[in-house]
Design a protein around this ligand. Sequence first.
Ligand SMILES: Nc1ncnc2c1ncn2[C@@H]1O[C@H](COP(=O)(O)OP(=O)(O)OP(=O)(O)O)[C@@H](O)[C@H]1O
Ligand SMILES: [Mg+2]
Length: 274
Amino acid sequence: MSAVSLTNIVKRFGSVTAVHRMSMEIAEGSFTTLLGPSGCGKTTTLRMIAGLIDPSEDDITIKGRRVNDIPIHKRNLGLVFQNYAFFPHKTVAENVAFGLKYRGVSKAEAREKVQRALDLVQLPQVGDRYPKALSGGQQQRIALARAVVIEPDMLLLDEPLSTLDANLREDMRVELKRIQNRIGVTTVFVTHNQSEALAMSDKLVVIPNGLVEQIGTPEEVYNMPASEFVTSFLGTSNILAGRCIGLDGSSVALDIPALGRIEVPRERAPHISG
Ligand SMILES: Nc1ncnc2c1ncn2[C@@H]1O[C@H](COP(=O)(O)OP(=O)(O)OP(=O)(O)O)[C@@H](O)[C@H]1O
Ligand SMILES: [Mg+2]
């Protein structure tokens, strides 16, 4: 069974339709990335998966149950939002422990869990410091520690690397993948950064504008983009205009002005129908 199912989900804000009939299945244990330009509906989709906002039409199910039928404290989700906010007057350890307070975890057990989470993000020594006394990359790791400390069933990450500079961002990609592999948690990651999405994901969901345009592995999406949008958004610039002049079971013949007639295997032209 999928960890999460979306079927024809719609979300409207007044007259703005942020998400139009979006469908996807998110596999248990997978690292799934929602990739698309600013304003395409990534955060809205993630917030609906978290059950923080309701779809206008249809329901999202987590392991077969409607998200909004599960009380918030039982959803057991690890969240890292675009602007991760810490309590400035609490120490790092207190910030990380926050989600445990409401789960009936004893103080001694909480201390142990916090230390394990800090070890996991490779910042074992910073528990007594205040968030402001940490670098951007360290704060990023703490946001992650805070999300994983509750041992979530699912990790929802909204552009968690976007505030980091380019070098750190690449290091954190590797780090985040290591952590996800280590704990095996189903992860939904939001980004508008193509290389990040290609490098990190098991599955990519490409969303130009509130609609899913393609779902596949990074190789599938990169090698066989389903549309012109996907081709250009993933940075491959070899788009040539041409005319389809023949079609059979195994190949498609194209007339391309600068090249003449070329044939491509049928499966490389999935959006041409006969
Ligand atoms: N609370 C809201 N009220 C009205 N419109 C909203 C609201 N939240 C989002 N929208 C609109 O819905 C659309 C999708 O927004 P969303 O935040 O999901 O985009 P995004 O893909 O996360 O963009 P970004 O990459 O910039 O974070 C936008 O047009 C946005 O203006
Ligand atoms: Mg967003």
